[in-house]
Design a protein around this ligand. Structure first.
Ligand code: GLC
Length: 566
């Protein structure tokens, strides 16, 4: 499969058009508003945008309940506006990924309406039915505490239908070839309108066998190959970025041994252990998760993130580890969700502590993969716990000190803007931070630039440098005879780090050609002028401040010779 691999070293920014910028004054963000903010995004330095669902929807799950796959919800604009938007992105060299939600539809989708109306409907077999209530109807719910079952009785159909998520999201029968063909058609449609790929929702459920007799769902991995082939035939550089919170021993099944299935997956494994490390300062489980997810085909890439639009899912941690995270970041019951997660944004979780926020973002930018930033995190936005479930962390972008944070002229935005207090728009907004050279936003912009100038991370291979300090993580990347060393101190205490220079020739990616010299004796600080020279016994002494971080290039900056893009 041919792909220019742009995603291997991209900076992804995810946003919901309805929460970004409203120009119509109806209190909901729209594509015209988003277009006005593209220069802001380009200035921040991101290279790709992931849009959450914007298709027509009854909006009972923030758009993840789609009622028409081939249109734009009128609240956000028109298909014409969408094409103007992808064109404007193209002009600025920004790629666009959109959410592809095909595990289920809304119960208001015409397909479901037809399917339930008669057993003879051509769409009946597009959904998953059972004449009697399956025994395991109350197991496998995704939203425990809110969702009661996975099978509901439909009065019209006089049968039970399967829904992995909320009851208003009937599952599509994705094993049905007609449904599979429709999924390809949906992809083709949006690619024709200018998108470079899809963030595919709930992938393990999309490819699972479904039905009343299915006790243990089986993953039909080959479906992923069909998707990959189709999109690459249509557009060589198109990708699927999968939401698949799976165990590391199945990663290669998802990527495909030759990279023939998925180009990207979010690294949920690293994400959860990273928060454990932030909560406890113990980096060893994080290191284990980096090792367990290190295997992937050369063309595949991880999406590395801190927070997204959902709860911070800690379901893969041990219950003890999870409790440690709850104690640190969500001590009140109301901050927790679905018995496994935290419904908060990053800044309030880290008590707005600038040192910790910088360390966390520096870490995210230095993890093996492509960083994914959530809108508003670049200015340290907060959450609104008075809103139900995950809506707490989906409040509108805070642009300025104008009423409603400059998001809308409507005094009653659909989602309330955070007002007053530490995280209110009066204190946290883009306009103020733009003018302040020391703001989090300007720091983030500089870090994004630094990340782009450090291609070793996206392209290279990493090793973990061992240290006796459990609270320090040292990542070393090598690529094309260059190496970088990225150091993070998770502890609130300063640390005297002694690093022995290996002073051995490093090797290139294929492990064949030895490097030009023995460069570890000199470390160039990429972020400041505080460089490090090894002492006569070959040791670097690095004084890390509380939550300190360092980005070093091994050898001198000038050693980084010209490189070729893939
Ligand atoms: C994914 C989305 C989530 C949504 C669910 C159902 O997990 O991230 O927001 O509720 O799928 O579509």
């Amino acid at each position: 499969m041919i792909n220019d691999l742009w995603y291997k070293n991209a900076i992804l920014y995810c946003l919901h058009v309805g929460s970004f910028m409203d120009t119509s004054g109806d209190g909901t963000g729209d594509f015209r508003g988003l277009m006005r903010r593209l220069d802001y995004l380009q200035g921040l330095g991101v290279t790709a945008i992931w849009l959450m669902p914007f298709q027509p929807s009854p909006m009972r799950d923030d758009g993840y309940d789609i009622a028409d796959y081939y249109n734009v919800d009128p609240r956000y604009g028109t298909l014409g506006d969408f094409v103007e938007f992808t064109h404007a992105c193209d002009q600025r060299g920004l790629r666009v990924l959109i959410d592809l939600v095909v595990n289920h539809t809304s119960d208001q989708h015409p397909w479901f309406k037809s399917a339930r109306s008669s057993p003879d409907s051509p769409y009946r077999n597009w959904y998953v039915w059972s004449k009697s209530k399956p025994k395991d109807a109350s197991s496998g719910v995704v939203f425990p505490g809110v969702q009661k079952s996975t099978w509901n009785y439909d009065e019209k159909a006089r049968e039970y239908y399967f829904h992995r998520f909320y009851e208003f999201q009937p599952d599509l029968n994705t094993s049905n070839p007609e449904v599979q063909a429709e999924i390809l058609k949906i992809m083709g449609f949006w690619m024709q309108l200018g998108v470079s790929g899809f963030r595919m929702d709930a992938v393990p459920f999309v490819i699972a066998t479904k039905g009343p007799t299915v006790r243990k769902p089986v993953e039909q991995y080959d479906m992923l190959r069909t998707f990959a082939e189709f999109i690459s035939w249509r557009k060589g550089s198109a990708i699927v970025l999968a939401e698949a919170n799976v165990l590391p021993n199945t990663d290669m099944e998802y990527f495909g041994s030759e990279g023939e299935r998925l180009q990207m997956m979010f690294n949920f494994q690293v994400n959860q252990h990273l928060f454990y490390a932030l909560a406890t300062t113990d980096t060893h489980p994080l290191i284990a998760s980096l090792h367990s997810t290190s295997r992937r085909p050369a063309t595949a890439q991880w999406g590395q993130f801190l927070r997204n639009h959902d709860e911070l899912d800690l379901g893969r941690l041990t219950s003890q580890q999870r409790q440690a995270c709850f104690a640190a970041f969500a001590p009140e019951k109301d901050m927790q969700l679905y018995h496994r997660g935290i419904r908060r944004r990053l800044a309030p979780m880290l008590h707005g502590d600038r040192r910790r926020l910088e360390m966390a973002y520096s870490l995210m930018l230095s993890l093996p993969g492509t960083p994914v930033i959530r809108y508003g995190d670049e200015i340290g936005m907060g959450d609104d716990l008075t809103l139900p479930e995950r809506n707490a962390l989906r409040t509108p972008m805070q642009w300025s000190r104008d009423p409603q944070g400059g998001f809308t002229t409507n005094p009653h935005p659909k989602n309330p803007v955070i007002t007053g207090g530490t995280y209110g728009f009066e204190h946290i907004n883009v306009a103020d931070q733009r003018r302040d050279p020391n703001s989090l936003m300007n720091w983030m912009e500089r870090m994004i630039r630094t990340r782009k100038e450090t291609p070793e991370i996206g392209w290279g291979n990493f090793t973990i440098i061992r240290t006796p300090h459990r609270d320090v993580l040292i990542l070393r990347y090598t690529w094309q005879d260059n190496a970088v060393l990225l150091i993070h101190n998770f502890s609130p205490d300063p640390i005297d780090l002694r690093l022995r220079s290996s002073a051995k020739p490093t090797s290139n990616r294929a492990g064949k050609r030895p490097a030009k010299q023995q460069p570890d004796l000199y470390l160039t600080n990429i972020l400041s002028n505080d460089h490090s020279t090894a002492d006569s016994s070959g040791r670097h002494l690095i004084l890390l401040e509380p939550y300190g971080y360092r980005w070093f290039r091994v050898g001198s900056q000038e050693d980084r010779g010209p490189t070729l893009d893939a």
